[in-house]
Design a protein around this ligand. Structure first.
Ligand code: ADP
Length: 490
């Protein structure tokens, strides 16, 4: 493992307060919480700890902006222009934002600057173009009437996001909400509030009117739950754990809020013997280890056809051995630390469970180094479907390899999970690949590739992996209400 260089390069941290109604304010209670650099476990900033009172103020500001302010009167095309401006400002500051992301989340600077931030910019631009293209319909009805529909903003939206792609999750949430004309109360994850606060400052600089975007940092059961329960919030968009979504669904039931969820997964990645094995091995490695394994769509159940199993495992093991784990600010680093102590402990516990369940640990199996939340790239073979490591989401650099030998068998086993976020298949037989794509119950299926994301391509889960879709035109649905207007023609 490369050592963590001292001192860690630090971008300037300029925003640590709540952003409400266009003002930067401390939390009503005056409380703050620390956010850490996961590579060194050092506190990097104390951030305002919002709670119910701050959420109340943020919802008031969002409601005012929705109903009375400049935003409510703005032409849709002008709204789009403000979004383009925000994307431009983020692009101008891309290096600094990427560094902020690496500091707060621990992800390698290479990933933050070549994946996260460019995807943020692309997503905002994609949705900016939609602002003036959200159309209703004219509908032929019986009788002497003229009927048309309007797609109006759903209203004040509460957006609660996780820590694995902090800035990108902001873009996925703000993009469709702003395009649709909604106003926002966002709670970033307590582990990674900094890039969201920086983006709020850039939104202000771009000229997005006060109150349209409000950010209340804080914890889930306090600030997060206050957003979910607030009668002034019309919709909640949440990305995180399935069990949190269940709590949110219960809490939202009193006010019957519209809900969209993007949750976890245990995605099957299926490699047939007739695949391009070089590409498949690189793809399988990337599918799991990218972002320290902290991806909801991670290809964590790798099914490899019997006849190529051993050779394929050798390739994976070699890649793991050569993987550069270390200082996330080193541009050559491929794997940084996990985000926090809780995730680190959970992953190491799953590794112990895998060993005790009888799986074979081929690489890794321990922490890396003695400071920071680094985990060795870990590879288990001899994994059986019923083992915990094959059923539960680990959210870390731990890959389970399972064998298969037959098409019908693999379809059944791939679907034998309560999750349904993503799947992938590797084969040169195009018909077989498409048949898998049709039969696997997952929101996204990649064929001979993995983790290909685009702002235009809908993403979300079947089954317990989610509710609704994000990205693409589909991602706009949840941010509009359809109103039907019927006019008597006399
Ligand atoms: P993770 O375990 O990956 O942190 P969580 O689902 O716990 O996933 O967190 C995702 C987001 O949901 C975070 O912003 C977190 O603060 C928030 N959250 C956690 N619990 C609740 C809750 N009860 N109500 C609303 N938001 C919550």
């Amino acid at each position: 493992m490369a050592t963590v260089s001292e001192p860690v390069k630090r971008p300037q941290i300029r925003q640590t307060q709540c952003f409400i109604g266009g003002k930067w304010v401390p939390s009503a209670s005056g409380k703050t919480f620390p956010t850490y650099h996961p590579a060194t476990e050092e506190v990097i900033a104390d951030v305002a700890e919002g709670d119910a009172d701050d959420v109340d103020a943020a919802v008031d500001a969002a409601r005012e902006a929705l109903e009375k302010g400049a935003w409510s009167k703005m032409d849709a095309r002008d709204r789009g222009q403000l979004m383009y401006k925000l994307a431009d400002l983020i692009e101008d500051e891309a290096d600094e934002l990427a560094a902020l992301e690496t500091l707060d989340n621990g992800k390698p600077i290479h990933d933050a600057s070549t994946a996260d931030i460019p995807l943020v910019v692309d997503c905002l631009r994609y949705y900016a173009g939609f602002a003036d293209k959200i159309h209703g319909q004219t509908i032929p009805v019986r009788g002497n009437y003229f009927t048309y529909t309007r797609r109006e903003p759903v209203g004040v939206v509460g957006q609660i996001i996780p820590w694995n792609f902090p800035a990108l999750m902001v873009a996925w949430k703000w993009g469709p909400a702003l395009a649709a004309g909604c106003t926002i109360v966002m709670k970033p994850a307590e582990q990674t509030p900094l890039s969201c606060l920086r983006m709020a400052r850039l939104a202000q600089k771009a000229g997005i009117p006060d109150g349209v975007i409000n950010v209340v940092p804080g914890y889930g059961p306090t600030a997060g739950a206050s957003i979910v329960k607030h009668p002034g919030v019309d919709k909640v968009a949440f990305t995180g754990e399935m069990s949190t979504a269940q709590t949110i669904m219960r809490d939202a039931s009193t006010t019957l809020k519209r809900l969209t969820f993007e949750l976890g997964g245990k995605s099957p990645n299926i490699v047939f013997a007739d695949a391009d094995l070089d590409a498949a091995a690189k793809g399988a490695h990337f599918a799991l280890y990218f972002n320290q394994g902290q991806c909801c769509c991670a290809g964590s159940r790798l099914f490899v056809e019997d006849s190529i199993h051993d050779e394929f495992v050798d390739r994976l093991a070699e890649m793991n051995t050569n993987r550069r784990v270390g200082d996330p600010f080193d541009p050559t680093t491929e794997q940084g630390p996990q985000v926090d102590q809780a995730q680190f402990d959970k992953i190491l516990n799953y590794i112990e469970i895998g060993k005790s369940e009888g799986a074979t640990c081929v690489t890794g199996g321990n922490r890396a180094g003695d400071r920071g939340y680094f985990v060795q790239p870990t590879l288990f073979t001899n994994v059986q479907d019923e083992m915990k490591i094959a059923r539960e989401e680990i959210f870390g650099p731990v890959l389970s390899v399972l064998r298969f030998s037959d098409f019908d068998e693999i379809v059944k086993r791939a679907n034998n999970t309560s999750f349904g976020l993503a799947a992938a298949v590797w084969s040169r037989d195009i018909g077989k690949a498409h048949r898998i794509a049709q039969k696997v119950r997952a929101g996204t299926v990649w064929v001979n590739c993995y983790d290909v994301f685009d702002a235009a391509a809908p993403f979300g889960g079947f089954k317990m992996s989610g509710l609704g879709r994000e990205l693409g035109e589909a991602g706009l649905q949840a941010y509009t209400e359809t109103k039907t207007v019927t006019v008597s023609l006399g």
